[in-house]
Design a protein around this ligand. Structure first.
Ligand code: PAF
Length: 287
């Protein structure tokens, strides 16, 4: 595995791979790799000749009062995981390498941002889209892999690729869960033991909603109320949002039809957790 820290080194490594007609699979991350990332790397390995992993905690996607400084980092551990996962090129740039000066321009995401995480994190998805666009330009992969835990992010990246005619296939991969259903996340380490015991109830609430949709007797408001009702009974934390939207357009739909996302964000003392399920409203099956 080659560890490259500069854009120049990365360009050289990519040019070499391209001249050897290698298909590149790309997994962009902010590090502190967990099982979910391993799954993305595994899939990228299966589908491509070469796997590029980037680790970069992108300041552009954090608001002033968010956890940029506290975001967990452990490069040595990540490096080991990357080696074991068969990564060929690990891109690990510094902030000054990615942003030598304040960017002259950023991508403004116009649709699908005033809902879910976008509503409470203004500018977050502009920061995500901008860094992913930069990384796509540098890595020039055939395919890029994203976890569906961040389903809004996946929808926005798909829209970006579509809008700017970027010839990269976006591969969404299923959320990886702990045995008790909690979605794996780098932020789970910030849960107290009591909060950790509580947290699987988030997914349980989503499952209950999915059962309700399956019976085809629920409206959007019923589903939201059902989940909120469950979350309000939890001993710790507070609801950030619960919503039901079309997917991937991310529009509110009172009549549940087509592919829908049921999503929530919940704030514990030191960690804000998100989770979602995608459901085919016609069959009630998760998809
Ligand atoms: O999902 C993440 O880890 C980040 O939002 C991403 C896609 C690596 C961009 O910084």
């Amino acid at each position: 595995m080659r560890i490259v820290k500069t854009i120049q080194e990365l360009r050289t490594a990519i040019a070499e791979a391209k001249s050897n007609h290698k298909k590149i699979g790309f997994v962009p991350t902010m590090g502190f790799l967990h099982e979910g990332h391993k799954r993305l790397l595994h899939q990228a390995n299966e589908d491509n000749d070469i796997v590029v992993l980037s680790i970069f905690v992108n300041p552009l996607q954090f608001g002033p009062n968010e956890d940029f400084d506290r975001y967990p980092r452990d490069f040595e551990r990540d490096e080991q995981i990357a080696r074991n996962a068969g990564v060929n090129i690990l891109f690990y740039p510094s902030i000054s390498e990615m942003y030598p000066e304040e960017p002259m321009m950023i991508i403004q995401v116009k649709k699908g941002v005033d809902v879910l995480c976008g509503a409470s994190r203004p500018g977050h998805f502009d920061g995500v889209a901008t860094v992913v666009m930069k990384l796509f330009q540098l890595v020039q992969p055939e395919r890029a892999y994203f976890g569906m835990k961040d389903a809004q992010q996946v929808a926005i990246i798909m829209n970006m690729v579509d809008t700017f005619n970027i010839p990269i296939e976006i591969i969404p991969c299923d959320t990886v869960r702990e045995q008790d259903g909690l979605a794996k996340s780098s932020r789970n380490v910030y849960l107290s033991p009591e909060e950790r015991n509580d947290a699987p109830k988030l997914y349980e609430a989503l499952q209950k909603a999915s059962d309700c949709i399956k019976k085809q007797t629920c409206t959007r408001s019923d589903v939201i109320a059902l989940i909120k009702d469950d979350l309000q009974k939890l001993a710790y934390g507070e609801i950030d949002y619960v919503d039901v939207l079309s997917y991937p357009r991310l529009e509110p739909i009172e009549e549940l039809s087509g592919k829908i996302i049921v999503a929530l964000a919940y704030k514990y003392e030191k960690a804000r957790l998100i989770d979602n399920i995608l459901v085919n409203a016609a069959t009630g099956k998760e998809c």
